[in-house]
Design a protein around this ligand. Structure first.
Ligand code: ATP
Ligand code: MG
Length: 422
């Protein structure tokens, strides 16, 4: 994209009321716009990052055999009354409204109950199972505090997946495969090293739910981490008895701050029984459907990545989710601009996503915006090198530039690009 024709604009300062590093950097870099506390709009570059995260998640969920759907944000009260979770005492983050005729409706903060109602009408026989579905959905939660930028929104993007199984064993098998798929997701988007499976509360059928916690000072959770085992315990369930039960040793544990980037739940047959979702097994017996549910905080992940990958000059996107691979700019005159135009066309034709800074501003401003936006490769077209057909290429995370011809440049830029949407 040509920067001169795009709405993207970097800012000198973030809003004064913004405290979180992720929001400050993302607002200054032109990725998001703050509507109000806990509500952010995604500008073109921010949306591209979200889409790149979604691509990775989608590929891993599809590999599990799950299929994508899209449910409504507007939810009927009935299904939530059955489970008791319509109650504002039990669920303190509901946004609710009313139709003109007074009928109450809710804005989806989760889709567990609605998906059970859908399953009730679609799943009849053991032949219909097992089945798993997922969506990328805007969730609404009336959070008490929203000071963590896009890491805690009142409106945010979640990937939620629901699996319907015929037995505890069938559920467990899928649950374990999903755990592995989640770890692959975090690895592919650059958070593999510091994201850990964590025992947490919220289990109903099982004693624990499993969270995926990324170690970061900006996180709102505290976990006790055994780095060598790559396992952790959330402080909410941390005590001597639990540690003994999990075979974890107190003196191997580090107390660290972390951000919950995913959470998976085994409901067993509880929800099926509660909401009357049954299937006929092979011998014609009525059996409750087994439910498990799997969330990933897509927009929170973008925030965690912004917190983790930055320096004093700005963001440093991991290549797999960067909004573009190259930040291209020309220094000087009509000759270099002509050469930059040409290179822009070549790169674009070869499938390299480029931000072409063709604005009429000083080079210094372009250089600092390239750094602030955190694009993996900066390519400068200057008179000095262009006469030999060379471009100056520099990685955002390394200060040594190299001079390359177009072909070598494309090869270099594509080599770090493991797999992404075309
Ligand atoms: P938290 O404890 O942070 O409030 P939660 O346990 O209520 O989160 P879940 O219901 O498990 O959240 O939702 C699944 C995932 O959605 C979480 O693991 C997290 O990554 C993300 N998420 C939850 N709440 C928010 C929010 N307010 N803003 C952004 N992402 C969120
Ligand atoms: Mg959770």
């Amino acid at each position: 994209m040509r920067l001169s024709q795009n709405i993207t604009k970097t800012l000198k300062d973030a809003p004064a009321d913004e405290q979180a590093t992720n929001a400050k950097l993302l607002i200054r870099g032109g990725f998001i716009h703050k509507e109000m506390a806990g509500a952010y709009s995604y500008l073109p570059l921010g949306l591209q990052v979200i889409e790149n995260i979604k691509t990775v998640v989608r590929e891993e969920m599809n590999a599990l055999g799950a299929s994508e759907l899209l449910m409504t944000s507007l939810q009927a009260k009935d299904s939530w009354v059955i489970s008791g979770r319509w109650s504002d005492e039990l669920v303190d983050i509901w946004f609710k409204s009313q139709l003109k005729n007074g009928t109450e409706v809710g804005f989806g903060w989760s889709h567990e109950e609605p998906i059970m109602m859908m399953a009730k009408s679609l799943v009849k026989s053991y032949r219909d199972l097992p089945i798993s579905v997922y969506q990328f959905q805007t969730k609404f939660r009336n959070e008490l505090r929203a000071k963590s930028g896009i890491m805690r929104g009142r409106e945010f993007i979640m990937k939620d997946m629901y699996a319907f199984s015929r037995s505890a064993d069938e559920l467990n098998e899928f649950y374990e495969r999903t755990k592995e798929a989640y770890l692959k997701v975090y690895k592919r988007i650059g958070l593999g090293d510091n994201t850990f499976v964590t025992f947490a509360s919220g289990g109903s059928f099982t004693q624990f739910s499993h969270e995926f916690q990324t170690v970061t000072d900006s996180g709102e959770d505290t976990i006790y981490l055994d780095r060598s085992k790559r396992l952790a315990v959330n402080e909410e369930v941390y005590n001597d008895e639990i540690l003994a039960q999990l075979g974890m040793k107190k003196d191997h544990l580090e107390k660290v701050k972390a951000a919950e980037v995913g959470n998976i739940f085994n409901f067993g047959s509880i929800k099926g029984e509660q909401m009357d979702v049954y299937f006929n097994d092979q011998s014609g017996q009525r059996q409750p459907v087994y439910l498990s549910s799997y969330g990933i905080g897509v927009s929170r992940l973008m925030g965690v990545i912004a917190e983790h990958f930055n320096d004093q000059r700005g963001l440093i996107w991991p290549t797999n989710i960067a909004p573009a691979m190259v930040y291209l700019l020309a220094i000087g005159n009509s000759k270099t601009i002509e050469a930059a135009d040409k290179l822009y066309n070549i790169l674009t034709a070869r499938g390299v996503a480029v931000i072409y800074d063709d604005r009429d501003v000083r080079p210094g401003e372009k250089f600092s915006d390239a750094d602030l936006m955190g694009i993996p490769w900066r390519v400068v077209v200057s008179e000095q090198f262009i006469k030999n057909g060379l471009y100056e290429v520099k990685s955002r995370s390394n200060n040594t530039p190299q001079q390359l011809r177009a072909d070598a440049l494309i090869k270099l830029v594509k080599s770090g690009n493991l797999k992404r949407a075309s």
